[in-house]
Ligand binder design. Structure first.
Ligand SMILES: [Zn+2]
Length: 227
């Protein structure tokens, strides 16, 4: 295995461990994928992150038979939406799926997240949608997720969790953390009379002043603080 692929596999595992250590996710329910050339690398099914090694990461070719994979362990049961997102969106380099408490709470109530904070601009629009419910691992769930992600970098999955999509693994994880933070803040405002929402103009101004570099720098700082 070449160094670039080994490094990406290691980064996937590091991000899985960060995801659980930070409280964003619990147990083995989340999963992470990343694009490596013409293949998707994805965490294996039901494997504790502490015991995960780079060789265990499954590899799935984008132009091979749908669902074909290589590796010692089966890919995550949620490989379909990871695969469909990465294959369908050239802008996507990585997908982080988790069951964060506040995102999932809102998803159980089937509440999309409105523009409650200026950071919503990082998600591409005025709301982060909640995809309709479908059984985990199904093509139906993947279709719902892709639709909810149209023009967005994240969505909620009804009675399930969240998905964040980034150009890089770092960016996808940063978005997943940011979404859970906003979900928590939104949830709290619902307890004190409800939020005052930002206008389209407010979000447009934020989008305009958000250099993508600024967002990445903020994430690097976040990772540095966590480390
Ligand atoms: Zn899940």
């Amino acid at each position: 295995m070449k160094k670039a692929e080994l490094d990406l596999r290691k980064a996937i595992i590091e991000n899985c461990r960060f995801m659980n250590a930070s409280g964003l996710n619990q147990g083995t329910s989340g999963n992470i994928s990343a694009r490596f050339g013409d293949r998707m690398l994805i965490t294996p099914s039901a494997t504790p992150y502490a015991a995960m090694t780079p060789e265990m990461i499954a590899s799935m070719p984008f132009d091979g038979e749908y669902g074909a994979w290589e590796g010692p362990l089966k890919p995550s049961t949620e490989w379909r939406f990871h695969f469909d997102i990465l294959r369908g969106r050239p802008d996507a380099g990585a997908v982080v799926h988790a069951h964060p408490t506040y995102c999932t709470t809102l998803a159980i109530a089937r509440k999309p997240i409105p523009a409650v904070h200026y950071m919503m601009a990082a998600f591409g629009g005025m709301e982060v949608r909640c995809a309709p419910y479908a059984t985990f691992g199904t093509a139906e769930l993947s279709a719902h997720a892709l639709e909810a992600l149209e023009g967005r970098t994240a969505c909620l999955l009804a009675n399930h969790g969240s998905i964040a999509v980034g150009a890089t693994l770092e960016k996808a994880m940063w978005l997943a953390v940011e979404l859970e933070t906003i979900a928590k803040q939104y949830y709290n405002t619902l307890l004190i009379g409800g939020p005052v929402l930002l206008s389209e103009e407010d979000i447009a101004k934020t989008t305009a002043s958000f250099g993508s570099y600024g967002v990445q720098d903020e994430h690097r700082q976040l990772i540095a603080e966590e480390a």
